[in-house]
Design a protein. Structure first.
Length: 236
């Protein structure tokens, strides 16, 4: 586990572009895994900015794929980036990023639904629930196939103050396809109102930050757009 330290230089050295990484490792988005690549680093930078100040922060990125959002997180100054990636095809490209940012990236080849995030970061970053949030963020461009079960798991852990919330009021900045985002943010009386809406809004503040058009992804997803959503907990 990486020790807490300050990062002297934030920007990554020159690297192959994400398109070049995809070509180099012959990567293709798997439709059965609901994979869609976001290649525009201006958009991944924008997602990262929604998380707030990441300078010297601890971050868990979920499902980095070819690493576009990963680059933005590192360029924003994260000191300790834990990557959880299920698809082994992406590991070599992510290892290239790790080598470009020595001591700042840890790669876990595994399923985020089974990963014990409470064991992924040092205990000293934990804060009391009523204090300011810990310097820990969860960020991810979530595939449709995992987004609903994963956010339900995190909401349950939020209620129990377990998993990533064992460290305090950990903040989440995530992208969801339109259907899930609308359920997360649906107001009382809305047709999209569901159990997920009630859980998310009871346990956290849900903020719709901005919309990413479907054409920004490769391949273009079946749904028309993707929403960037922040979830954070207010002190009762």
């Amino acid at each position: 586990m990486a020790a807490s330290r300050k990062v002297a230089s934030f920007r990554l050295p020159p690297l192959p572009t994400i398109r070049e990484i995809i070509k180099l490792y012959n990567l293709r988005a798997e439709r059965q895994l609901s994979q869609n690549f976001l290649l525009d680093l201006r958009l991944t930078d924008k997602i990262t900015r929604q998380a707030g100040n990441l300078k010297n922060a601890f971050v868990c990125e979920v499902g980095p794929g070819p690493g576009g959002l990963t680059r933005s997180i590192l360029n924003a100054g994260a000191a300790d980036l834990l990557i959880v990636e299920k698809d082994k095809r992406f590991i070599p490209g992510l290892e290239l990023l790790s080598e470009a940012a020595p001591g700042r990236v840890r790669i876990v080849h595994g399923d985020i639904l089974n990963y014990r995030m409470d064991q992924g970061f040092p205990n000293h970053i934990a804060k009391k629930w009523e204090d300011d949030p810990p310097d820990l963020h969860i960020i991810g461009n979530l595939p449709f196939s995992v987004s609903t079960p994963l956010i339900i798991k995190w909401l349950e852990q939020m209620a129990n103050r377990s998993g990533p919330f064992a460290f305090g009021r950990t903040r989440l900045t995530l992208t969801f396809q339109k259907e899930v985002a609308e359920r997360l943010t649906a107001s009382t009386g809305s047709r999209q109102r569901s159990r997920l809406s009630v859980m998310a809004q009871y346990l956290s503040t849900v903020k719709n930050c901005f919309t990413i058009p479907g054409r920004a992804f490769v391949p273009k997803p079946d749904h028309t757009s993707v929403f960037t959503i922040r979830l954070f907990q207010d002190v009762a």
